[in-house]
Design a protein around this ligand. Sequence first.
Ligand SMILES: C[S@@+](CC[C@H](N)C(=O)[O-])C[C@H]1O[C@@H](n2cnc3c(N)ncnc32)[C@H](O)[C@@H]1O
Length: 291
Amino acid sequence: MTAASANAEMIRYWNEAAGPSWVAMQERLDAQLAALGTLVRERAGIAPGERVLDVGCGCGGTTLELARAVGADGRVVAVDISAPMLERARARAAAAGLGARIEWQCADAQTARFADAGFDCVYSRFGVMFFADPPAAFTNLGRALRPGGRLAFVCWQGRERNPWMMAPALAAMQHVAFPPPPPPDAPGPFAFADAGRVREILAAAGFVDVTHEAIDQPMPLGNGGLDEALELFLAVGPVGQALREAQAGPEQRERVVAAVREALARFETPRGIEAPASAWIVTARSRGAGG
Ligand SMILES: C[S@@+](CC[C@H](N)C(=O)[O-])C[C@H]1O[C@@H](n2cnc3c(N)ncnc32)[C@H](O)[C@@H]1O
Protein backbone atom coordinates (compact mmCIF):
# COMPACT_ATOMS: atom_id res chain seq x y z
CA MET A 1 0.00 0.00 0.00
CA THR A 2 1.53 3.32 -1.04
CA ALA A 3 0.49 6.97 -0.84
CA ALA A 4 0.29 6.87 -4.66
CA SER A 5 -2.55 4.32 -4.45
CA ALA A 6 -5.80 5.13 -6.27
CA ASN A 7 -7.38 5.27 -2.82
CA ALA A 8 -4.74 7.55 -1.25
CA GLU A 9 -7.30 9.96 0.20
CA MET A 10 -9.24 7.10 1.83
CA ILE A 11 -6.00 5.60 3.14
CA ARG A 12 -5.22 8.92 4.83
CA TYR A 13 -8.78 9.26 6.14
CA TRP A 14 -9.01 5.75 7.63
CA ASN A 15 -5.52 5.92 9.17
CA GLU A 16 -5.37 9.47 10.49
CA ALA A 17 -8.92 10.75 10.91
CA ALA A 18 -11.56 8.03 11.23
CA GLY A 19 -9.42 5.05 12.25
CA PRO A 20 -8.41 6.23 15.73
CA SER A 21 -12.03 7.26 16.51
CA TRP A 22 -13.34 3.89 15.33
CA VAL A 23 -10.80 2.17 17.59
CA ALA A 24 -11.88 4.32 20.55
CA MET A 25 -15.58 3.60 19.86
CA GLN A 26 -15.10 -0.02 18.70
CA GLU A 27 -17.41 -1.70 21.20
CA ARG A 28 -20.30 0.68 20.55
CA LEU A 29 -19.90 0.58 16.79
CA ASP A 30 -19.84 -3.21 16.86
CA ALA A 31 -23.04 -3.22 18.93
CA GLN A 32 -24.62 -0.84 16.42
CA LEU A 33 -23.68 -2.89 13.36
CA ALA A 34 -23.80 -6.42 14.80
CA ALA A 35 -27.30 -7.38 13.60
CA LEU A 36 -26.57 -6.38 10.01
CA GLY A 37 -23.22 -8.18 10.02
CA THR A 38 -24.93 -11.35 11.26
CA LEU A 39 -27.59 -11.14 8.54
CA VAL A 40 -24.93 -10.92 5.81
CA ARG A 41 -23.10 -13.88 7.30
CA GLU A 42 -26.33 -15.88 7.24
CA ARG A 43 -27.06 -14.86 3.64
CA ALA A 44 -23.48 -15.79 2.71
CA GLY A 45 -24.07 -19.27 4.16
CA ILE A 46 -20.56 -19.60 5.58
CA ALA A 47 -19.80 -23.27 6.35
CA PRO A 48 -17.11 -24.99 8.42
CA GLY A 49 -13.87 -25.49 6.50
CA GLU A 50 -14.44 -22.58 4.08
CA ARG A 51 -11.94 -19.88 3.08
CA VAL A 52 -13.39 -16.39 3.49
CA LEU A 53 -12.06 -12.92 2.62
CA ASP A 54 -13.33 -10.15 4.96
CA VAL A 55 -13.02 -6.87 3.02
CA GLY A 56 -12.57 -3.65 5.00
CA CYS A 57 -12.55 -5.70 8.19
CA GLY A 58 -11.87 -2.64 10.40
CA CYS A 59 -11.48 -3.53 14.07
CA GLY A 60 -12.21 -7.18 13.29
CA GLY A 61 -15.63 -7.78 14.90
CA THR A 62 -16.87 -9.57 11.78
CA THR A 63 -13.55 -11.36 11.26
CA LEU A 64 -13.86 -13.05 14.65
CA GLU A 65 -17.41 -14.17 13.83
CA LEU A 66 -16.28 -15.49 10.44
CA ALA A 67 -13.36 -17.34 12.09
CA ARG A 68 -15.81 -19.02 14.47
CA ALA A 69 -18.12 -19.93 11.55
CA VAL A 70 -15.38 -21.56 9.42
CA GLY A 71 -14.01 -23.48 12.40
CA ALA A 72 -10.57 -24.91 12.94
CA ASP A 73 -10.37 -26.29 9.37
CA GLY A 74 -11.32 -22.99 7.75
CA ARG A 75 -9.35 -19.82 7.08
CA VAL A 76 -10.18 -16.11 7.08
CA VAL A 77 -8.09 -13.45 5.38
CA ALA A 78 -9.00 -9.99 6.64
CA VAL A 79 -7.92 -6.95 4.63
CA ASP A 80 -8.06 -3.27 5.53
CA ILE A 81 -6.21 -0.05 4.70
CA SER A 82 -6.29 1.19 8.32
CA ALA A 83 -3.26 0.23 10.42
CA PRO A 84 -4.76 1.34 13.77
CA MET A 85 -7.99 -0.59 13.17
CA LEU A 86 -6.07 -3.72 12.12
CA GLU A 87 -3.95 -3.47 15.25
CA ARG A 88 -7.10 -3.57 17.39
CA ALA A 89 -8.45 -6.45 15.28
CA ARG A 90 -5.28 -8.48 15.72
CA ALA A 91 -5.29 -7.98 19.49
CA ARG A 92 -8.94 -9.06 19.73
CA ALA A 93 -8.30 -12.23 17.72
CA ALA A 94 -5.34 -13.15 19.91
CA ALA A 95 -7.40 -12.54 23.07
CA ALA A 96 -10.19 -14.75 21.67
CA GLY A 97 -7.74 -17.55 20.78
CA LEU A 98 -8.67 -17.26 17.08
CA GLY A 99 -5.42 -15.81 15.75
CA ALA A 100 -4.30 -19.04 14.06
CA ARG A 101 -7.34 -19.10 11.73
CA ILE A 102 -6.89 -15.52 10.53
CA GLU A 103 -4.40 -13.79 8.23
CA TRP A 104 -4.38 -9.99 8.40
CA GLN A 105 -3.42 -7.85 5.41
CA CYS A 106 -2.88 -4.09 5.61
CA ALA A 107 -3.65 -3.44 1.95
CA ASP A 108 -6.00 -1.75 -0.50
CA ALA A 109 -8.56 -4.39 -1.50
CA GLN A 110 -8.92 -2.69 -4.89
CA THR A 111 -5.38 -3.63 -5.89
CA ALA A 112 -4.09 -6.16 -3.31
CA ARG A 113 -2.86 -9.42 -4.76
CA PHE A 114 -4.94 -12.25 -3.28
CA ALA A 115 -4.53 -15.95 -4.08
CA ASP A 116 -6.29 -16.62 -7.41
CA ALA A 117 -9.47 -18.61 -6.77
CA GLY A 118 -8.32 -18.82 -3.17
CA PHE A 119 -11.69 -18.14 -1.49
CA ASP A 120 -15.16 -19.65 -1.26
CA CYS A 121 -16.67 -16.36 -0.14
CA VAL A 122 -15.92 -12.63 -0.15
CA TYR A 123 -17.72 -10.93 2.75
CA SER A 124 -17.99 -7.32 3.88
CA ARG A 125 -19.87 -5.30 6.48
CA PHE A 126 -19.82 -1.72 5.14
CA GLY A 127 -16.25 -2.04 3.82
CA VAL A 128 -16.74 -1.93 0.04
CA MET A 129 -18.21 1.53 -0.63
CA PHE A 130 -14.93 3.46 -0.48
CA PHE A 131 -13.21 2.34 -3.70
CA ALA A 132 -12.14 5.02 -6.21
CA ASP A 133 -12.69 2.47 -9.01
CA PRO A 134 -15.40 -0.03 -7.99
CA PRO A 135 -15.33 -2.10 -11.23
CA ALA A 136 -11.55 -2.59 -10.83
CA ALA A 137 -11.96 -3.41 -7.14
CA PHE A 138 -14.69 -6.01 -7.70
CA THR A 139 -12.78 -7.51 -10.63
CA ASN A 140 -9.86 -7.95 -8.24
CA LEU A 141 -12.12 -9.48 -5.57
CA GLY A 142 -13.80 -11.72 -8.16
CA ARG A 143 -10.40 -13.06 -9.21
CA ALA A 144 -9.85 -14.14 -5.59
CA LEU A 145 -13.06 -16.24 -5.64
CA ARG A 146 -13.18 -19.80 -6.89
CA PRO A 147 -15.55 -20.25 -9.87
CA GLY A 148 -19.09 -20.08 -8.49
CA GLY A 149 -17.82 -18.58 -5.21
CA ARG A 150 -20.10 -16.22 -3.24
CA LEU A 151 -19.97 -12.49 -2.65
CA ALA A 152 -22.08 -11.05 0.20
CA PHE A 153 -21.93 -7.54 1.61
CA VAL A 154 -24.05 -4.94 3.35
CA CYS A 155 -24.04 -1.28 2.27
CA TRP A 156 -26.26 1.72 2.98
CA GLN A 157 -29.27 2.76 0.95
CA GLY A 158 -29.63 6.51 0.19
CA ARG A 159 -29.09 9.43 2.58
CA GLU A 160 -32.84 10.15 2.63
CA ARG A 161 -33.48 6.63 3.96
CA ASN A 162 -30.91 6.91 6.75
CA PRO A 163 -32.02 9.58 9.25
CA TRP A 164 -29.80 7.95 11.89
CA MET A 165 -26.80 9.50 10.10
CA MET A 166 -28.40 12.44 8.32
CA ALA A 167 -30.51 14.02 11.10
CA PRO A 168 -27.51 14.71 13.40
CA ALA A 169 -25.45 15.86 10.39
CA LEU A 170 -28.15 18.27 9.16
CA ALA A 171 -28.48 19.69 12.69
CA ALA A 172 -24.70 20.15 13.06
CA MET A 173 -24.48 21.80 9.63
CA GLN A 174 -26.28 24.85 11.00
CA HIS A 175 -23.25 25.57 13.21
CA VAL A 176 -20.14 24.13 11.58
CA ALA A 177 -18.94 24.00 7.97
CA PHE A 178 -19.43 20.72 6.15
CA PRO A 179 -17.75 19.93 2.82
CA PRO A 180 -20.08 20.41 -0.18
CA PRO A 181 -22.25 17.30 -0.70
CA PRO A 182 -20.33 14.81 -2.85
CA PRO A 183 -21.86 13.45 -6.07
CA PRO A 184 -24.14 10.48 -5.26
CA ASP A 185 -21.69 7.93 -6.67
CA ALA A 186 -18.59 9.33 -4.92
CA PRO A 187 -16.70 6.88 -2.69
CA GLY A 188 -18.21 7.00 0.80
CA PRO A 189 -20.95 5.45 2.93
CA PHE A 190 -23.73 6.08 0.36
CA ALA A 191 -21.81 5.21 -2.83
CA PHE A 192 -23.81 2.00 -3.35
CA ALA A 193 -27.27 3.37 -2.59
CA ASP A 194 -28.32 2.90 -6.23
CA ALA A 195 -29.01 -0.81 -6.68
CA GLY A 196 -28.94 -0.47 -10.50
CA ARG A 197 -25.43 0.99 -10.39
CA VAL A 198 -24.21 -1.82 -8.13
CA ARG A 199 -25.71 -4.44 -10.46
CA GLU A 200 -23.83 -2.86 -13.38
CA ILE A 201 -20.55 -2.73 -11.45
CA LEU A 202 -20.87 -6.37 -10.40
CA ALA A 203 -21.86 -7.53 -13.88
CA ALA A 204 -18.87 -5.67 -15.38
CA ALA A 205 -16.65 -7.36 -12.79
CA GLY A 206 -17.87 -10.83 -13.83
CA PHE A 207 -20.46 -11.56 -11.13
CA VAL A 208 -23.81 -13.24 -11.81
CA ASP A 209 -27.05 -13.85 -9.87
CA VAL A 210 -26.89 -10.43 -8.17
CA THR A 211 -29.60 -9.91 -5.53
CA HIS A 212 -30.48 -6.88 -3.39
CA GLU A 213 -32.42 -7.39 -0.15
CA ALA A 214 -33.74 -4.22 1.49
CA ILE A 215 -33.24 -4.18 5.25
CA ASP A 216 -35.20 -1.45 7.00
CA GLN A 217 -34.69 -1.69 10.72
CA PRO A 218 -34.00 0.86 13.46
CA MET A 219 -30.35 1.49 14.20
CA PRO A 220 -29.48 1.21 17.91
CA LEU A 221 -27.50 4.36 18.67
CA GLY A 222 -26.83 3.79 22.34
CA ASN A 223 -28.92 1.97 24.92
CA GLY A 224 -27.15 4.13 27.53
CA GLY A 225 -29.34 6.99 26.28
CA LEU A 226 -28.75 10.42 24.83
CA ASP A 227 -25.29 11.14 26.27
CA GLU A 228 -23.90 7.88 24.95
CA ALA A 229 -25.31 8.43 21.45
CA LEU A 230 -24.09 12.02 21.44
CA GLU A 231 -20.54 11.00 22.34
CA LEU A 232 -20.50 8.56 19.43
CA PHE A 233 -21.75 11.12 16.88
CA LEU A 234 -19.25 13.76 17.99
CA ALA A 235 -16.40 11.29 17.44
CA VAL A 236 -17.21 9.39 14.23
CA GLY A 237 -19.07 9.94 10.94
CA PRO A 238 -19.73 13.28 9.24
CA VAL A 239 -20.26 15.29 12.45
CA GLY A 240 -17.00 14.07 14.00
CA GLN A 241 -15.20 14.77 10.72
CA ALA A 242 -16.62 18.33 10.44
CA LEU A 243 -15.66 19.13 14.04
CA ARG A 244 -12.11 17.85 13.50
CA GLU A 245 -11.67 19.73 10.24
CA ALA A 246 -13.10 23.01 11.58
CA GLN A 247 -10.88 22.69 14.66
CA ALA A 248 -13.96 23.98 16.48
CA GLY A 249 -13.38 26.06 19.59
CA PRO A 250 -15.41 25.58 22.79
CA GLU A 251 -18.31 27.91 21.88
CA GLN A 252 -18.81 26.54 18.39
CA ARG A 253 -18.54 23.01 19.72
CA GLU A 254 -21.16 23.77 22.34
CA ARG A 255 -23.60 24.95 19.67
CA VAL A 256 -22.99 21.80 17.62
CA VAL A 257 -23.43 19.60 20.69
CA ALA A 258 -26.76 21.26 21.56
CA ALA A 259 -28.07 20.90 18.00
CA VAL A 260 -27.04 17.24 17.66
CA ARG A 261 -28.45 16.44 21.09
CA GLU A 262 -31.80 17.94 20.06
CA ALA A 263 -31.79 15.95 16.80
CA LEU A 264 -31.01 12.68 18.62
CA ALA A 265 -33.61 13.33 21.32
CA ARG A 266 -36.30 12.84 18.67
CA PHE A 267 -35.25 9.20 18.43
CA GLU A 268 -35.57 8.36 22.14
CA THR A 269 -37.43 5.11 22.80
CA PRO A 270 -37.87 3.00 25.96
CA ARG A 271 -34.96 0.84 24.66
CA GLY A 272 -32.58 3.77 24.17
CA ILE A 273 -31.89 5.86 21.08
CA GLU A 274 -33.04 4.15 17.88
CA ALA A 275 -33.30 5.86 14.50
CA PRO A 276 -34.60 4.69 11.12
CA ALA A 277 -31.95 3.07 8.92
CA SER A 278 -32.03 1.29 5.56
CA ALA A 279 -29.36 -0.96 4.13
CA TRP A 280 -28.97 -3.33 1.19
CA ILE A 281 -27.69 -6.84 1.58
CA VAL A 282 -26.14 -7.67 -1.77
CA THR A 283 -25.28 -11.21 -2.83
CA ALA A 284 -23.76 -12.53 -6.06
CA ARG A 285 -21.71 -15.39 -7.43
CA SER A 286 -18.54 -15.32 -9.44
CA ARG A 287 -19.09 -16.81 -12.88
CA GLY A 288 -18.67 -20.58 -12.80
CA ALA A 289 -16.00 -22.40 -14.77
CA GLY A 290 -18.53 -22.83 -17.61
CA GLY A 291 -19.06 -19.03 -17.92
C1 LIG B 1 -17.39 1.71 7.76
S1 LIG B 1 -15.89 0.92 8.18
C2 LIG B 1 -16.45 -0.75 8.48
C3 LIG B 1 -15.46 -1.56 9.26
C4 LIG B 1 -15.90 -2.99 9.60
N1 LIG B 1 -16.19 -3.76 8.40
C5 LIG B 1 -17.07 -2.99 10.53
O1 LIG B 1 -18.17 -3.31 10.08
O2 LIG B 1 -16.88 -2.67 11.71
C6 LIG B 1 -15.12 0.78 6.57
C7 LIG B 1 -13.81 0.03 6.58
O3 LIG B 1 -13.37 -0.15 5.23
C8 LIG B 1 -11.97 0.07 5.18
N2 LIG B 1 -11.60 0.39 3.79
C9 LIG B 1 -11.95 1.50 3.09
N3 LIG B 1 -11.42 1.44 1.84
C10 LIG B 1 -10.73 0.27 1.76
C11 LIG B 1 -9.95 -0.36 0.73
N4 LIG B 1 -9.77 0.21 -0.48
N5 LIG B 1 -9.38 -1.56 0.99
C12 LIG B 1 -9.53 -2.15 2.22
N6 LIG B 1 -10.26 -1.59 3.23
C13 LIG B 1 -10.85 -0.41 3.00
C14 LIG B 1 -11.74 1.19 6.19
O4 LIG B 1 -10.41 1.30 6.60
C15 LIG B 1 -12.69 0.77 7.31
O5 LIG B 1 -12.07 -0.09 8.22
